[in-house]
Design a protein around this ligand. Structure first.
Ligand code: P5A
Length: 443
């Protein structure tokens, strides 16, 4: 990709309306554009990052045997009346009437719709468990949308749903998602801790929020710091080992505000291990048994009886993650962002000073390197800006590796650096080393 042809509308200064670093940066480098309060368009740079995050989220869902599908954004109110949530959901639900005067809504979540799909086709316990997910836009008419795409009204979520015969099997499904979430956030280079959480309007009595630490986060958290050192390398999805895995995390106190109890915290967690801070909720999983299956009559035949299936639901804020990763990685003092390679908008940028003598926008070496780096997700800054403004621009955008071809760089070499680090002079015929370094960072 050539920067001169790309649609990356960069602003000269930080936008005044943005209060936190992710919101500032996303507007500044043209990742998103607000279209109305809490509703955003995703411009190419931001969209590319979100798609890369989505791919990792998808791969980890697939790896526990969840099956992808796609439900619509618009739902009928009938199923919400069946579950009893139509009135409970209140002002957050965007209600719409179609031309026949039917009550419709823009889905804030999909427990009802998936239950309706399940009950219409699954009749026998032999078809269980079922793990289904989709990645789809949601709408919640938040009272105070803020911080850009972090708390907005229209957002992109991965939501999964599990159906099992009994509590024990349902607990196993819950633990599969628990593992998938740990692996997802690890691949995104994030330290996300699972914390006992409130279930709110989704319901049930078992729930974990996955939270990453950030001063600008909206969740207050109380935890034992040792939870950050819990290791996991589960490669087999098996009941016992997943239970041990969850126990290894749950043995440490880690709760959100609603679950906090001061006496309990002080009794359980030794002073030196206590951490009270703020975080961003990037995922949330729930177990709610027959909360939806019972009123909506989703049952299977088991031993001659109709048995209501036991359900859970599992959400990842895919669009929120773009902002959350910036909050975790952006150095706003030095205005430097460095995306982890697997989700970077581009893996490497060539910052070229052009060929002044011939008046060409690209130097001979830039053309050569571009040709040799076809396997790399590459952008070449061939604009008229000078090298130092190109460096500043790409420090902000956060492409993790920079190749610099300045007017003083020797003809057989280029400058190379990891964004924000010191650069080294590399001979052009050693390019394959650089290529390998970048490719190795993909996983
Ligand atoms: C779980 C999947 C649910 O909706 N139903 C289906 C359950 N859970 S949740 O916690 O309410 O949302 C899941 C994740 O979505 C993100 N999220 C948001 N992102 C941006 N703006 C919002 N207004 C917003 N609301 C929720 C969060 O990451 C949350 O963990």
């Amino acid at each position: 990709m050539l920067a001169s042809k790309s649609f990356i509308p960069i602003l000269k200064n930080n936008p005044a309306e943005a209060k936190i670093k992710s919101h500032k940066l996303m507007l500044r480098v043209g990742m998103i554009k607000q279209s109305s309060a809490g509703i955003y368009s995703w411009l190419p740079l931001g969209f590319k990052i979100m798609k890369k995050i989505e791919k990792i989220v998808r791969e980890e869902q697939d790896s526990i045997g969840a099956q992808e599908m796609l439900m619509p954004t618009i739902q009928s109110s009938d199923i919400w009346k069946e579950s009893g949530r139509y009135d409970d959901y209140g002002e957050e639900m965007l209600r719409i009437k179609d031309r026949q005067n039917r009550e419709m809504l823009y889905g804030p979540t999909n427990e009802e719709l998936i239950t309706e799909i399940f009950r219409s086709s699954v009749k026998s316990y032999k078809s269980l468990p079922q793990l289904l997910y989709h990645i789809q836009w949601k709408f919640r008419d938040e009272l105070r949308p803020r911080f850009g795409i972090m708390r907005c009204r229209e957002f992109y979520m991965k939501d999964a749903y599990s159906f099992d015969l009994n509590d024990e099997e349902a607990n196993f499904s819950y633990n599969k998602f628990f593992l998938a979430y740990l692996n997802t956030f690890k691949r995104l280079n994030l330290a996300a801790i699972p914390m006992a959480a409130d279930t709110g309007p989704i319901g049930g009595n078992l729930s974990h929020e996955f939270v990453i630490l950030a001063d600008t986060g909206e969740s207050k958290i109380y935890t034992d710091k040792r939870i950050f050192n819990v290791n996991f390398t589960e490669s087999v999805i098996e009941k016992k080992s997943l239970k041990v895995l969850r126990d290894n995390f749950e043995k440490y106190y880690a709760v959100t505000d609603e679950k906090f109890n001061k006496d309990e915290f002080e009794k359980i967690v030794p002073q030196e291990h206590r951490l009270i801070t703020k975080g961003i909720e990037v995922g949330h999983i729930f177990y709610f048994g027959d909360k939806y299956s019972k009123p909506m009559k989703a049952s299977v035949d088991y031993q001659g009886k109709k048995t209501f299936v036991k359900m859970g639901s599992y959400g990842v804020g895919v669009s929120r993650l773009v902002g959350a990763i910036i909050e975790a990685k952006y150095d706003d003092k030095n205005e430097i962002m460095k995306w982890p390679v697997p989700i970077a908008p581009y893996e490497c940028v060539i910052l070229d000073s052009g060929n002044k003598a011939s008046g060409e926008s690209m130097s001979k070496n830039a053309l050569h390197l571009m040709d040799k780096l076809k396997d790399i997700d590459l952008i070449v800054d061939d604009t008229d800006d000078n090298i130092s403004s190109k460096i500043k621009k790409f420090n902000l955008i956060g492409v993790p590796y920079q190749i610099i071809l300045g007017s003083k760089t020797p003809d057989d070499s280029f400058e190379f650096r990891e964004t924000g680090e010191e650069s080294k002079i590399i001979k052009i015929d050693e390019l394959s080393k650089i290529k390998k370094l970048i490719i190795d960072k993909r996983s």
